[in-house]
Design a protein around this ligand. Structure first.
Ligand code: GLU
Length: 427
């Protein structure tokens, strides 16, 4: 059965981000010195740490945290638990975070990391010990005003609570509470933000709505397919269906399911909860055996799983009008060129999935102010920021006559260039 391409997921991710970067830096004629600074990561932390497993044996794990740039504010970005996590993937993902935060106008830089594991192979108790020991190994390389991790692939609110608890427990009791916002994406009772869980998927749909508006398209009865039914895939489906669109196929690591009459994301979510998170075996849809998931005829494609899923090998089959990148780096540079030539629009990841980090920013502010915010207010604030960013990206792309991705990079790089020019380079 056809599933997500895991092998290629990290292949060339770093080259991909550098190609995108060079293209944008050329177009805007980015200052030479600043270009050198941003082409490099500031810090790369690799930790090896031991954990006792349930059967009493000891395993040594490898964890990463890459801090790309902090010119605009503390490093910010997720931690993922996945076999594809390595230094190159962390570098690429950290760079994307720098651009993403800058486009959204957030006072953050970019970081990313994680542990190279398949979390499904460990018990919950083991995952808790792995997480706590990883946090301990990172020590003061992270911190509420230095580097603030968040959920990413295979990490969630519960894992963030363990990180916050471990990090703050190794501080003096007098400053413990002040350290809880070392991570965002926490459970609501542990200082989390109402709405942070759905922020990324919600933001993807705000972008799709903006795209529809710009192109005079009515989303009612438009069909869409989603790759990945984790947090982003589910919430994007949930919100897009509210606009009258129809979910006709979903693919995850367990397989691909299709239903021309539409898949109800709420029933699918219930199914995954009782099926180790997998979509395969969902009764109200058929299994799709033919390969070519992205070639399924539909209007909107939402890749919301791993990187490098749409490449020159499979992009020719895509018939949709738009690709909304819920994942980070799902379309490689070669595929993007082919797709743009075919007239397919791509809402780039660094804009499309920025609802997550925008939500994180509000969680961090809520914590700094010791407040509790209402979900309706939070979603409105996220929507406002995305609309502003979307308009700026479209305007900049038109001005330079470039794709939305290059336009998005230019928006980010202009902000960073300006900051460096104002402050200079120490000493
Ligand atoms: N992991 C998410 C991303 O890639 C969220 C990062 C954050 O909230 O800091 O954007």
């Amino acid at each position: 059965m056809e599933t997500i391409k895991k092998k290629s997921a990290k292949k060339g991710m770093y080259e991909n981000v550098m190609k995108q970067y060079d293209q944008a830096a050329d177009i805007m004629n980015l200052h030479g010195g600043i270009r050198k600074i941003l082409a490099n990561t500031n810090n790369e932390i690799v930790v090896h740490f031991p954990v006792k497993l349930d059967d009493g044996t000891i395993e040594v794990f490898t964890g990463y945290r890459v801090q790309h740039n902090n010119a605009l504010g503390p490093y910010k970005g997720g931690l993922r638990y996945h076999p594809t996590v390595d230094i190159d993937a962390a570098r690429a993902l950290a760079m994307w975070m720098t651009w993403k935060s800058a486009i959204a106008g957030l006072p953050y830089g970019g970081g990313k990391g994680g542990i190279q594991i398949d979390p499904s192979k460990y018990s919950e108790a083991e995952l808790e010990r792995i997480t706590r020991r990883f946090t301990y190994a990172l020590g003061d390389n992270i911190g509420p005003d230095l580097d603030i991790p968040a959920p990413d692939v295979n990490t969630n609110a519960k894992i963030m609570a363990w990180i916050a608890d471990t990090y703050s427990s190794i501080k003096s009791p007098s400053v413990r509470q002040k350290n809880m916002h070392v991570v965002t994406g926490k459970p609501v009772y542990s200082g989390g933000l109402a709405g942070r869980d759905r922020a990324t998927g919600f933001g993807v749909v705000v972008n799709i709505k903006n795209w529809a508006k710009t192109n005079n398209i009515d989303l009612k009865d438009k069909t869409f397919i989603v790759q990945g039914f984790g947090n982003v895939g589910y919430w994007a489906s949930h919100f897009l269906i509210k606009e009258g669109a129809k979910l006709i196929a979903v693919q995850d690591a367990s397989g691909t399911i299709v239903a021309d009459n539409g898949i109800d994301p709420e029933s699918l979510l219930d199914h995954t909860k009782n099926n180790s998170g997998n979509v395969a075996g969902f009764v109200d849809a058929a299994e799709f055996e033919n390969g070519g998931f992205f070639g399924i005829k539909c209007d909107i494609v939402i890749p919301a799983a791993l990187g490098n899923q749409i490449t020159e090998e499979n992009c020719e089959t895509i018939q949709a009008q738009v690709i909304a990148e819920g994942a980070n780096g799902p379309v490689n540079t070669e595929a993007e060129r082919i797709l743009l030539d075919k007239g397919i629009q791509i809402i780039p990841d660094i804009l499309c999935n920025s609802g997550g980090v925008i939500g994180s920013y509000y969680e961090w502010l809520q914590n700094k102010r010791s407040e509790n915010w209402k979900i309706s207010m939070v979603l409105d604030m996220i929507e406002d920021k995305i609309i502003d960013a979307y308009d700026r990206v479209v305007e900049t792309s038109q001005k330079h006559n470039v794709s939305w991705r290059v336009g998005a990079y230019v928006v980010a790089l202009e902000r960073l260039e300006q900051t460096y020019k104002e402050r200079g380079v120490f000493p």
